[in-house]
Design a protein around this ligand. Sequence first.
Ligand code: HEC
Ligand code: HEC
Length: 131
Amino acid sequence: MRPILEQAAVFPQQRIDVGQVVLAQAAPQHELMAARDVIGKITGVVDTPEKFEAHRLEMAKRVWDRMKSRDSKECRNCHNFATMDPDKQKARSQIKHEEAQEDNITCIECHKGIAHKPIHHLLEEEAQAGQ
Ligand code: HEC
Ligand code: HEC
């Protein structure tokens, strides 16, 4: 497999997308390896910007599944419920964050499309198509 940076350089316009996945998962080596694995799986499949676009939902789903399985560790590096001040948040946030803590719902289940161009709207279309 080619190194990550070279992968990222294949589509300079998408460097942020690929780079953020890697950056968000930087540090411990096993995590970096896992990020490599996600990118590794797409090697050979994604060799044009059109294909990147076509596979984006699939790639995003892998990242969401991974984040969910790790209780959105990436988000909690910077934010967490213990240090949030609900009084400074919108009423809508307060209600949802209470619900999240009571029902153990993790950040990524509600917050998709924070750091990237939105793609999660396609989940609904896909669900409809599958019916
Ligand atoms: C590197 C640190 C960092 C990480 C990682 C991070 N955030 Fe943030 N986030 C911030 C900062 C800084 C702000 C801006 C806070 C402010 O405006 O007061 C912010 C703002 C937000 C906002 C408010 C955005 C708005 O437009 O009002 C949401 C929602 C949010 N983050 C959710 C998340 C979620 C979900 C994740 C994980 C997918 C995440 N963040 C990961 C640092 C981070
Ligand atoms: C049950 C769904 C849900 C979960 C789980 C959830 N959030 Fe939110 N969050 C929301 C909603 C809804 C808003 C309000 C968004 C809006 O109105 O723009 C919000 C708003 C925020 C904001 C902005 C707050 C404000 O009012 O300025 C931040 C920051 C944030 N969430 C971070 C997180 C983080 C970090 C996690 C995980 C620890 C998390 N959220 C989990 C639903 C959720």
